[in-house]
Design a protein around this ligand. Structure first.
Ligand code: 13P
Length: 253
């Protein structure tokens, strides 16, 4: 009932030449028969070029970040309206690298989420706990707090136009993915928290898992009932890996 999504977060990687090669290879490998949504997130400066390359086919293009403010005197920032203007359809908000390295707190992430929605794009809200928080049995509390900040500001109905990604910080770029059971447990916590406010929206919401997803572990992660696809970092830079991850998402019932 929920259409799977596989999203490739390229982070701060790539050149014009390497992007072109990667997208060329993806285009040769992608098939609509998979019945999934595929989105790639290049760095800002390459968005337009990648969009031009995928024009007319089924790969969507999104941004990794956005300014919470509207257009104005914010040197170095990019407004949601600008991303929508060039054709972005999705924007990541609250990625743990933004929270950790750039001091983005729950309130700022909630404002970014609202800004993306106001510009009629789809926010992908990233949530996840650190290893210390997991070890202290704080996982549910942390992801709930991160989710609640958005629910308070934008309301549960806003999730009808959004996607959530559970990305445990300790699994990002470490090669140590959450086990399928760990992922399922947290996804179920998130979905039931939303269901307490609106069961219909909770049932339709796609919740992606991210953190060391690769071709070798994608199928077992995606086989969980509350895991609706993946947000892929390192493995999204390899067309071969990314294709196999997409294929793993496609076999879901
Ligand atoms: P890795 O797949 O490299 O662990 O990164 C996950 C991630 O942060 C995607 O947003």
């Amino acid at each position: 009932m929920r259409r799977p999504m596989v999203a490739g977060n390229w982070k701060m990687h790539g050149t014009r030449a390497s992007n072109k090669l990667l997208v060329d290879e993806l285009q040769q490998r992608m098939t609509d028969d998979w019945g999934i949504d595929v989105v790639v997130f290049p760095p800002y400066v390459y968005l337009t070029e990648v969009m031009r390359q995928v024009e007319g086919d089924s790969i969507a293009v999104g941004a990794q970040n956005v300014c919470a403010e509207g257009p104005g005197a914010f040197t170095g920032e990019v407004a949601a309206a600008m991303l929508a203007d060039i054709g972005c359809t999705h924007v990541l908000v609250g990625h743990s690298e933004r929270r950790r390295l750039y001091g983005e707190d729950d309130a700022l992430v909630a404002r970014k989420f609202a800004a993306v929605l106001a510009a009629r794009m789809t926010p992908i809200l990233c949530v996840g706990e650190t290893l210390d928080e997991r070890d202290a049995n704080q996982t549910d509390a942390v992801v709930s707090r991160q989710l609640d900040a958005v629910l308070r500001m934008s309301g549960v109905k806003s999730l009808a136009k959004a996607i959530v990604a559970y990305e445990p910080v300790w699994a990002i770029g470490t090669g140590r993915n959450a086990t399928p059971a760990q992922a399922q447990t947290v996804h179920a916590v998130l979905r039931s928290r939303i269901a307490a406010q609106d069961a219909n929206i909770a049932g339709l919401l796609r919740i992606l898992y991210g953190g060391s997803v690769k071709a070798a572990n994608a199928a077992e992660l995606f086989a969980n009932p509350d895991v609706d696809g993946g947000l892929i970092g390192g493995a999204s830079l390899s067309a071969d890996e990314f294709e196999r991850i997409c294929a793993a998402a496609a076999v879901q019932p």
